[in-house]
Design a binder for this molecule. Structure first.
Ligand SMILES: Nc1nc2c(ncn2[C@@H]2O[C@H](COP(=O)(O)OP(=O)(O)OP(=O)(O)O)[C@@H](O)[C@H]2O)c(=O)[nH]1
Ligand SMILES: [Mg+2]
Length: 382
């Protein structure tokens, strides 16, 4: 046991031991983390406590999910090219934004929790529609059931992308921190890639690791994490740096990875400094779209579209006009992907394709793995 643990720590530990509900256990564990001194000698202890905390949270989430099943459904049917969840703290301007960009008419008011159920609206951007869904406000502790609880977060989980709606006139850095923390606590990771590793189970032979140098918490910790999950014999191949937490999240299968960006609301004159702070702290991780009620609707719509990393492709048959409505695909999609969306048989029987737009010259013949760009016209030849 590391030295110098203060009396508050022992009190919290007593509370933990006496706790009867998951909520009590979580709160006592948070207290333990807060009161434990932070130095080399307590590193292991803190790591253990944090691991315990995320387990307890996951358990609570499961318990809540069981409780809510059969209750009112928060599911919002996905429509249009993509579904974007507007997630923000109370009064951050989610409803105002939704009214501005779509024809939905949620109530706007200066008191918190005005919106109590998810509200969808369709945003027209050029020739496609993007669905925006206002999620009831999230506060610190939502993932533990505070405020309107975890249910709103479950809607965010199913969306294609998450827009963090941040009121720049208040404390923008704190808001991003809380929202990211609450989303992560329910297993929604923002702008992070799933860790790259593979586990091949074996009958015997213990645990063999390739690329152990990339496991940031050391080999002993890796083995412990596997054994904790009853994996005693396996070949583990690690391709890029990961931590014990990444590994645990992936093994437990409770995480989703979502594209996310920031809509910075109430960007009035005089808020330049705060917007600058936001960019300085989070500009590398999130694209930041400033929104002022004074105008610039088209720019905001374009920026939302750009943040989604999708492209529009217009397919056509030889001697026919291109389709009026585009096929929407993830950025990086190829001719084969486009053909697949038109028809499975098309993809199989495809001989070649011609492209107008991104190609070097109009109507250039391209191979199946040609990477398409937004607004390309593609002629598919069977
Ligand atoms: N000055 C200014 N006020 C805004 C802006 N956007 C929203 N507000 C005000 O902020 C308050 C809250 O706006 P809402 O759009 O209801 O916020 P919300 O995020 O939907 O709030 P909840 O549904 O309660 O979580 C209202 O008084 C709005 O008039 C803005 O761009 N500029
Ligand atoms: Mg609202």
């Amino acid at each position: 046991m590391p030295a110098n643990l203060p009396p508050e720590y022992f009190k919290a530990e007593e509370r933990y031991l006496r706790a009867r509900t998951l909520e009590e256990k979580i709160s006592a564990t948070q207290e333990l983390i807060r009161t434990a001194p932070k130095h080399k000698g307590t590193e292991k202890l803190l790591k253990m406590l944090k691991r315990r905390l995320s387990k307890l949270r996951a358990e609570l989430q499961k318990q809540r999910a069981r409780h809510v099943s059969g209750g009112p459904s928060y599911h919002v049917k996905r429509e249009g090219a993509a579904q974007v969840a507007l997630v923000g703290m109370p009064n951050s301007g989610k409803s105002t934004l939704l009214r501005w960009l779509t024809s939905a008419r949620p109530s706007v008011a200066s008191y918190p929790f005005t919106t109590r159920r998810p509200v969808p609206g369709m945003m027209q951007f050029e020739d496609i529609q993007i669905q925006l869904v206002e999620i009831p406000a999230v506060i610190e502790g939502s993932s533990l059931g505070k405020g309107l609880g975890v249910l709103p977060l479950s809607v965010a989980r199913n969306a294609d992308a998450i827009a963090l709606v941040i009121d720049v006139s208040k404390d923008p850095l704190e808001q991003v921190k809380i929202l990211a923390q609450e989303l992560e606590a329910t297993g929604i990771k923002l702008n992070r890639k799933p860790p790259k590793f593979a586990i091949q189970r074996r009958a015997t032979g213990g645990i063999e690791v390739r690329g152990v140098g990339m496991f940031e918490d050391g080999e002993a910790e890796l083995k412990r994490a596997l054994q904790e999950r009853n994996i005693h014999n396996a070949l583990v191949i690690i391709d890029e740096p990961i931590t014990a937490k990444d590994l645990g999240d992936a093994l437990d299968g409770s995480c989703v990875y979502r594209r996310a960006f920031i809509l910075a609301t109430k960007c009035m004159a005089g808020e330049g400094e705060k917007l600058g702070q936001l960019k300085g702290e989070y500009g590398d991780r999130f694209s930041i779209i400033p929104v002022a009620s004074t105008g610039g609707e088209q720019e905001v719509k374009r920026a939302i579209f750009d943040s989604l990393d999708i492209i529009r492709v217009y397919t056509k048959r030889p001697d026919e006009e291109p389709a009026k409505r585009p096929v929407v695909l993830p950025k990086g999609s190829t001719i084969s992907d486009a053909a697949q969306v038109v028809h499975k048989d098309f993809a199989r029987g495809l001989k070649f394709a011609k492209v107008w737009g991104s190609s070097r010259f109009p109507g250039q013949q391209v191979p199946r793995d040609y990477v398409l760009q937004d607004k390309d016209v593609v002629e598919l030849h069977l």
